[in-house]
Write a protein that binds this ligand. Structure first.
Ligand code: ADP
Ligand code: MG
Length: 678
């Protein structure tokens, strides 16, 4: 009998070697395994004849094999296996690549199901690399699992069958009363039917229950957070100094900025700590709002911390904020991965004894056990890059400090309620005056030379440009190689006469800072980069942003990248280079061309890609969801929120016996929240 926390090594068909492969999918225990849900299902209730099969779409046909597949060696490393099969009316040619076993699998005169795409070539039907399925599958839905190197969906399916025959949960993490009220099936039923449903209806009952569970756990987590954030804070703001701050600024704050500052000041005047999200498009001036609030905090006797995701950004904020505070006696310090040990000790000492008013840094701030004398305000910039957990850890440093989190990733309203369930929200919906529109062009790869010439024209005028490298999805190492090679190529060929810098995620903090400061000072004219520049970097003379493989990025991410230009007085452009394939990707890029509004773009992104992708992109800093396709089911969302409220109203910390299991899940979910590191 397997327990939920038994290692999957002990599941029949796994063993040490496969266990390692499963670990790559994040699956280590039996419980992890049974919660590895199918991404989709193959529907064996719908079997086509060869002639009726929709061309070019994945479908299942039933056919008798004429002869065992014959080997054709094409070249080294490439062997084809070919045979033909018939359904009694038509013939289909089957081809398999580098799969010697297929000669044993397919026997002359036997009937099989083939799942794949039928195409038409010179008047005959063909199917390339179909999967072969037994006739016993007919009528069923069969799961399709996410795959990783060495683990096929079929292997996972086999292991899952073995696991589920010996693992039947006799517990349920959702309390009975809630299950009855919202008509949810039991966990055992749900697990069986999410993997091996007899029909679509059973599968949907199972998925509804699992989705509900996931949403419930998430919202309980958010609810607990909100609850924790309540309570008394000693850092009550007594006087507001935002007008004094504004008088020192070289510009006039926008109405939206003034309102946002007022929201914060109001929150901080209460006995409970502020918990506010400041949402504003790139360039809307969030830093300035934060500076104003930090200013008031200082003259009310509080220390503040400002946490950002990368050291480049930390350095830049440090500079900007020092400029804002140049006429004041506010002591600001910068602490990042590249701060020297000796200096670090000195800063920590001065933070601890209260000499430093504002500490700016990366998550080094939470890792290096910095102690504050009277931390009253914690600001987190680009919040979507941090997990909720990291926010909490920083909060834990103080005695119920106020928190302000800032994000430039607009989240559609429907999702905001869930994602930011623990926060009040202020929005900067107005850009400072005089901002110009960034011209956006979508071109295909044949334009490379022209694009390079366009960049050179600007570099010759003393301006600067970014090129964001082609994305490599396979691995970080490959991404690195490709970025390095790409930069080398530009350096040696098209941009021989210019100074080219390279920035990528694997560089040491110090190296990054060096490249970035060279770019900021104009020493580097063209910055070739992976997406590490995405967040907040501000170089006013950078006027051209070129993005390779634009179709592979999320729209919100493209919008963030585009926001790196158009920060000075000069006309700026963004060029999206794409292979031009696909109706959908064309439409998405078209959205970028038409709109400069982050909220519009986010809505569109959500519509065109669906919430799965939206969330997959880790745009929110929340744990990744396994199943919940939130927007598809607003009703379920609302129900789970109600249920969460109900549970928390009688048991705010989930301590009752019946809520123990839920509490454990909440902790697990938030434990898994990942950092985006430097
Ligand atoms: P965000 O972080 O929201 O993307 P920043 O805070 O970096 O935006 O501000 C972008 C630029 O606009 C900065 O150079 C900042 O000094 C400037 N800025 C901010 N507020 C105003 C304003 N009200 N008027 C003019 N410029 C402003
Ligand atoms: Mg910013």
């Amino acid at each position: 009998m397997l327990q939920a926390d038994t290692s999957i090594k002990y599941v029949k068909g796994v063993g040490e070697a496969r266990a390692k492969l499963f670990a790559k999918l994040g699956v280590e225990t039996v419980s992890d395994l049974v919660h590895l849900y199918p991404r989709q299902y193959k529907d064996f209730s719908n079997i086509f004849s060869i002639a009726d099969a929709p061309l070019g779409e994945t479908c299942i046909i039933r056919a008798i094999v004429d002869h065992s597949p014959v080997e054709h060696r094409i070249r080294k490393g490439m062997t084809l296996y070919k045979t033909v099969a018939t359904d009694g009316h038509d013939i289909v040619h089957l081809t398999f690549f580098n799969n010697p076993y297929i000669t044993k699998t397919l026997q002359e005169g036997q009937e099989y199901l083939f799942c794949g795409k039928i195409t038409m070539s010179y008047g005959s039907y063909e199917m390339s690399s179909p999967t072969v399925e037994p006739l016993s599958s007919i009528g069923k839905l069969r799961p399709v699992y996410p795959q990783t190197a060495g683990l096929t969906s079929k292997t996972i399916e086999r292991v899952m069958t073995n696991a589920l025959t010996v693992f039947a949960p006799d517990y349920d993490i959702i309390p009975k009363s809630i299950r009855e009220e919202y008509k949810l099936c039991s966990l055992g039923y749900a697990l069986h039917n999410v993997h091996f449903p007899q029909n679509r209806n059973d599968m949907e009952i199972a998925r509804r229950r699992l989705m509900f569970e996931e949403l419930l756990v998430l919202q309980l987590g958010m609810g607990k957070l909100r609850e924790r954030n309540r309570g008394y804070t000693p850092y009550k703001l007594r006087h507001c100094y935002s007008e004094t701050f504004e008088e020192m600024l070289p510009f006039k704050m926008t109405g939206a900025q003034v309102n946002a500052v007022a929201d914060c000041i109001r929150d901080m005047g209460l006995n409970e700590p502020m918990n506010r999200l400041l949402q504003g498009d790139v360039g809307s001036g969030k830093t300035c709002v934060a500076a104003s609030v930090i200013f008031s905090a200082k003259y009310n006797g509080m220390q503040s911390a400002l946490m950002v995701p990368t050291s480049i950004l930390a350095a830049q904020h440090y500079e900007t904020i020092c400029r804002f505070f140049s006429k004041t006696d506010i002591e600001v310090a910068l602490l990042t991965g590249s701060t020297r040990a000796k200096e670090k000790e000195e800063i920590k000492r001065r933070v601890k004894n209260g000499e430093i008013d504002l500490l700016i840094g990366t998550h080094a701030i939470i890792q290096d056990n910095v102690e504050f004398a009277r931390l009253g305000l914690v600001v987190t910039d680009e919040q979507h890059r941090f997990g909720v957990k990291q926010r909490m850890t920083l909060k834990d440093k103080g005695n119920n400090p106020h928190t302000l989190v800032m994000s430039a990733t607009p989240i559609p309203r429907t999702l905001a309620l869930i994602v930011y369930g623990d926060l009040d929200i202020s929005v900067l919906d107005e850009l400072p005056p005089g901002r110009q529109k960034i011209d956006t062009y979508v071109v295909d790869e044949s334009y490379h030379e022209r694009v390079y010439n366009f960049i050179k024209k600007h570099l010759d005028q003393g301006l600067q440009a970014y090129i964001v490298c082609p994305l490599v999805e396979e691995s970080e190492t490959m991404e690195l190689t490709s970025a390095t090679e790409y930069a080398e190529k530009l350096k040696n060929e098209s941009f021989r006469d210019y100074s080219v810098g390279l920035l990528h995620g694997k560089m040491k903090a110090k190296e990054k800072d060096k490249v970035m400061s060279d770019f900021a000072s104009g020493k580097v004219q063209l910055l070739v980069s992976t997406t590490v520049i995405e967040v907040g970097v501000d170089v006013p003379d950078a006027v051209v942003m070129v993005i390779e493989n634009a179709e592979r990025f999320g729209l919100s991410q493209l919008h963030q990248l585009r926001g790196r230009v158009g920060r000075g007085k000069n006309k700026s452009s963004c060029i999206l280079i794409s292979d031009g394939a696909g109706e959908n990707s064309r439409k998405r890029l078209e959205t970028m061309r038409k709109s400069n509004n982050g909220f519009v773009i986010a809505e569109e992104d959500l519509k065109l890609r669906g919430p799965g992708d939206f969330f997959g992109q880790k745009q929110h800093g929340l744990p990744e969801m396994r199943i919940a396709d939130m927007l598809d089911d607003v009703v379920l969302c609302n129900q789970s929120r109600e249920a969460a409220k109900e549970i928390l109203s009688t048991d705010p910390q989930l301590e009752k016996e019946e809520n123990r299991a839920l509490n454990r899940e909440v902790q697990l979910l938030f434990r898994d929240t990942t950092y985006t590191s430097d």
